[in-house]
Design a binder for this molecule. Sequence first.
Ligand code: HEC
Ligand code: HEC
Ligand code: HEC
Ligand code: HEC
Ligand code: HEC
Length: 446
Amino acid sequence: MGYHILKLSGSVFFSTAVLLWLSMRPASSEEMIHIDRFISPEVCAGCHSEIYEQWQNSMHHLSHKDPVYTRVAQFLRKGLTDAGEIEEAESCVKCHTPVGTLTGFPMKVSDDLSKTPEIATLGIQCDYCHSVESVTKIHNNGLVLKPGHGEDDPGVKFGPFDDAVPDYHEARYSKLHTEAEICGTCHDVKHVAFGTNLETTYTEWKNSPYHSKDPAKNIPCQGCHMYQKPGIPATGSTDRPENPGSAADGSVDRPHIFTHYFVGANSYVPGLFNDTEKAGMAVERLQHAATLSLDTSGIKDKTLSVTVANTGAGHSIPTGVADLRQVWLEITIKDKNNTTGFQMGTLNDKQELPENTIIFRVVFGDGKGNKVINLAKAREILKDNRIKAKEKVTELISLPFVPAAGSQVTVRLLYRSMDPEILKLIPGDPFEPLPVVEMAKVQAKI
Ligand code: HEC
Ligand code: HEC
Ligand code: HEC
Ligand code: HEC
Ligand code: HEC
């Protein structure tokens, strides 16, 4: 790390080390930037105290430290021999430790991460997002940054206002910051060697009814995720009221200040950092994402029909690392005496799901039709039965018997952020059972 690129009126001087490094990697418009140019979030907190508190312990703040990510990444990297698989397994830091990768260290997962500069361990932070000037591609982090020169010369911070005149740093309106693309470039992940779509949140949104060419109808990522506050989940099925206030302590009042909690569905990791507020907000978001309906008219033919509707998410449910996430149906039938006669998708005492559970997810394959759990080996998608935005999926469940009159059928849609089958394989301290969140529930009497 520590190479400089001097740009003097159009001519560019490189050190030989930089030239060698540039020639070894795919062409891109990034420059190696010195780490001292980034300003700590603590400094921004001096004036943007409310936004700082929202961002603190968000999944963006924790993107480098998140023990689920770090342990999964180290585990997936182990024992690989194929060059393309290794390249993918090393690439995680580009999104999870972006200030580090942009400034030269860490460049790969197998670097000695204990040497990561302090500021880079703070994950996806204020001065990273607000130094973004443009984007080259809408996957695998194509952001191009123009940071200032540290605390004493903070430079321009790009944001949504065209009339902000702070006296500490310069401010400039950036259309990109108001659009889904600034999020999408990290929230769409392609295998670096095989091109397999590993995460497609942005593409799912782009193909959904929330995306519209008419700005009045378009609801970008920010339209839900940067309107959420405790008690206001701000989903597609709930109100997304404006949040009037000021962007900096004591500055002008504005009709809407975008919130920075960046809450998705992860209620486990913020809790590990004692942030019960963000954990609770993830639960609120999940509880306003989907609805269930139950049709028992086929019961005499031993059939139940369950429909899951994605009413609240601007993308599929689940999205993101959809091979690791688990969203499933739990079905229980109890007779008049409250005795369970049928169950499906019920966790056993080891927190495992039975084989026949209906799980909405993505399954990767090795290119020959065999399932792989290591995304570095993902050469194909074998299955994707997730529920798309504003769409419904109906599942027919065949029962082993006709339930007696007066029986009660209960169906629940449940979420947990990781398949414990994978966490179990990771050496070291076992993970505690991950929280299971009830997203929706429906009951009917027969
Ligand atoms: C993941 C990227 C990201 C991170 C991290 C981030 N912001 Fe933002 N911020 C945005 C976006 C995007 C907007 C504008 C949203 C829009 O207009 O749709 C914004 C808006 C703002 C604004 C304008 C007022 C408002 O909230 O509407 C300020 C000030 C701001 N951010 C400061 C900060 C500070 C301070 C931090 C760190 C504590 C931070 N941001 C972290 C992306 C980010
Ligand atoms: C000394 C106080 C102060 C500090 C420190 C500070 N800001 Fe600001 N910032 C302001 C003020 C004041 C505004 C204008 C608010 C308004 O007009 O509503 C502002 C506006 C912004 C905006 C909106 C710009 C736009 O045009 O939309 C962003 C983004 C921003 N700050 C990011 C940051 C980041 C990132 C840091 C830390 C590197 C930071 N600020 C540190 C005072 C500060
Ligand atoms: C209409 C509101 C809405 C919009 C627009 C929206 N989301 Fe979401 N998002 C949700 C809801 C509701 C959830 C919780 C359910 C779920 O996990 O899918 C969620 C969950 C998430 C998660 C966690 C997923 C998981 O299961 O781990 C991520 C990441 C995410 N959103 C990112 C984005 C990005 C990036 C965009 C824009 C490309 C976006 N969202 C647009 C409502 C929205
Ligand atoms: C530099 C890459 C990057 C950018 C830009 C980015 N994200 Fe993220 N985001 C991530 C990563 C990486 C994580 C997951 C961290 C983890 O789980 O360890 C994440 C997590 C999230 C989560 C939490 C997911 C969960 O499961 O709870 C939400 C919500 C989210 N991002 C929304 C956004 C939105 C909205 C924007 C645009 C304003 C955005 N992100 C921009 C990389 C990025
Ligand atoms: C292009 C950006 C990008 C790259 C590269 C990337 N990720 Fe992520 N990662 C994300 C985003 C965005 C999320 C949040 C999605 C969600 O919440 O479902 C995420 C979330 C995760 C999570 C979930 C963490 C949790 O707490 O549940 C794990 C695990 C993870 N990534 C592992 C990896 C590994 C391993 C690699 C490298 C092989 C990698 N990621 C590379 C963007 C990226």
